[in-house]
Design a protein around this ligand. Structure first.
Ligand code: SF4
Length: 287
């Protein structure tokens, strides 16, 4: 009998450029069909990261070459101390807010501009929206979510922010068609976007296992090669595996692991995308 030994590839952290902070594990006002978070039935969970945990992480990573801190969740803007943590992080480096945009109105956009102006670093927005057709988008993300994102883009661009749309390609459409349609819609609301404002990730249903979805072990770059995520429970390899024992790298940035085995269905999603799913490719903005 032929014996096959399966070894998952191991990924090494090359440089800690991206620090993801899970502001809350379970608080979100939306329930998107493709979300990887397992939500409790109640919406009233108080699982917010403490300011002390964030301060310690910033202290422990003071000699690391951080390029961007990503405030993530569930929905990061539900955190009661969101503004204080944002200011703390902006003292250190650029900050990207990864949000469903429901908390951004004109007043908030104006306020966030003031916060950015206090810092020498940039405040960036990744807004989640999945389809240029309102009905199709709202079928995934919930009624009203499409308009909310477009309103947020309008207000953010009014205050000179340059938001990025973060699209999960749930309907498996041509990326070129997605990009062209989104750019045209943004143009109609007065925001001159280009391809760099449209970030598309292919979606693979992790609960579907079939031979034709097996990935190749060749990739350009992975989030776990250039970043780690901090949660109230410790340090993990990436947002997909936050608070999951398979992604655990340590209890603090004072002592954490730079190695991770790529053995989960989420890793297949990354390997099929072949590049970082969560972090921004800054090189395209500098070119
Ligand atoms: S899910 Fe992706 S980023 Fe996370 S450990 Fe696996 S390959 Fe790396």
């Amino acid at each position: 009998m032929k014996t096959t030994i399966f070894q998952a590839p191991v990924c090494e952290l090359k440089s800690l450029n991206n620090l993801f902070i899970e502001m809350t594990a379970k608080n979100c006002n939306q329930r998107c069909k493709h979300c990887y978070i397992e939500f409790p039935l109640t919406k009233k969970v108080k699982d917010f990261i403490s300011q002390d945990t964030v301060k310690k992480a910033l202290n422990d990573t003071s000699s690391e070459p951080l390029q961007c801190i990503y405030l993530t969740g569930a929905e990061p803007m539900t955190h009661p101390d969101f503004n204080s943590i944002l200011r703390l992080c902006l003292k250190r480096t650029n900050v990207c807010i990864c949000t469903n945009a429901t908390f951004i109105n004109e007043k908030k956009a104006r306020f966030l501009k003031r916060v950015e102006d206090e810092s020498q670093y940039e405040l960036i927005f990744k807004l989640s929206i999945d389809h240029y057709d309102e009905m199709k988008n709202d079928d995934i993300r919930g009624r009203g979510s499409y308009r909310q994102v477009l309103h947020a883009v309008k207000y953010l661009s009014k205050y000179d922010f340059n938001p990025i749309l973060s699209i999960t390609n749930y309907y498996n459409e041509s990326p070129d068609i997605l990009k062209a349609n989104f750019i045209s819609i943004l143009d109609k609301i007065g925001f001159k976007a280009d391809e760099r404002n449209i970030s598309i990730n292919e979606w693979y249903n992790p609960s579907v296992h079939s031979d034709d979805t097996l990935p190749s072990f060749e990739w350009e770059s992975l989030d776990c090669e250039y970043g780690r995520i901090l949660s109230e429970k410790g340090i993990y390899s990436c947002p997909f595996l936050v608070n999951d024992h398979r992604g655990r790298c340590g209890s603090s940035f004072a002592d954490y692991s730079g190695r991770i085995s790529l053995e989960t269905p989420y890793c297949n999603t990354c390997l099929k995308n072949k590049r970082q799913v969560f972090s921004i490719n800054f090189s395209v903005f500098n070119s």
